[in-house]
Write a protein that binds this ligand. Structure first.
Ligand code: ADP
Ligand code: ZN
Length: 206
């Protein structure tokens, strides 16, 4: 099964992707995680994109599309994929349609006014990439899942969040109609506890 998780920043894509990936045995491919890994390892790509990501803008399409194509050609993607954070605009969606079109697109729906609080209270794990809200974990510094160190993403600050939301509205939200027209869109209410959102997703992908 080829699945895309679509939704605004902070809608819970990463959290749900980890759960779905484990349950359905699909490789979880997060372009954000791939980019952040490159930044951390100071690769050529990482050095090129750090300021773009920190500012909340999109990385160049040609680079992003190439990275995803490469990743999708690996053996573990033979039976499908779970994409999180890609595609993020129409150009990327068309490129994916030409190579490995999705079967379903799960849209995590959340009122935009809830997002800022979700993101600015977010702590991410260096090791397993999970993220948790401070409302849930308080000020603990170790990941509840794997014990890894928790950190605040450089782009999880109010200025970048504003830009990321603007980019989402203008560039990514049009994908909702794009996939609806293809009959692949499945909207899911993401303004619910993690387990309920997950259960609703499982109902439509099983
Ligand atoms: P979130 O969904 O919480 O905003 P991500 O981890 O998916 O975070 O993405 C973080 C950043 O990585 C984006 O703001 C953007 O700069 C870059 N990025 C991720 N995916 C893409 C993509 N498909 N195209 C361009 N840039 C991307
Ligand atoms: Zn962890």
């Amino acid at each position: 099964m080829k699945l895309i998780l679509l939704g605004a920043p902070g809608s819970g894509k990463g959290t749900q992707a980890a759960l779905i990936s484990e349950k359905l045995n699909l490789p979880h491919i997060s372009t954000g995680d791939i980019f952040r890994d490159n930044i951390k390892r100071k690769t050529e790509i990482g050095l090129k994109i750090k300021s773009i990501i920190d500012g909340g803008d999109l990385c160049p399409d040609d680079l992003t599309i190439e990275i995803v194509k490469q990743r999708l050609s690996e053996k573990d993607c033979e039976n499908g994929y779970l994409l999180d954070g890609f595609p993020r605009n129409i150009t990327q969606a068309k490129a994916l349609d030409e190579s490995a079109a999705p079967d379903k697109v799960i849209e995590l729906v959340i009122p935009l006014e809830k997002i800022e609080k979700r993101i600015t209270g977010r702590r991410s794990c260096v090791k397993c990439k999970s993220s948790f809200h401070v409302d849930l974990i308080g000020n603990r510094k170790d990941c509840p899942t794997c014990g890894g160190e928790l950190f605040v993403r450089d782009d999880d600050n109010p200025t970048s969040v504003k830009e990321r939301l603007a980019v989402y509205k203008t560039q990514t939200a049009p994908l909702i109609e794009y996939y609806a027209k293809q009959g692949k869109l499945v909207p899911i209410n993401a303004d619910l506890p993690i387990e309920e959102v997950f259960a609703d997703i499982l109902k439509v992908v099983k």
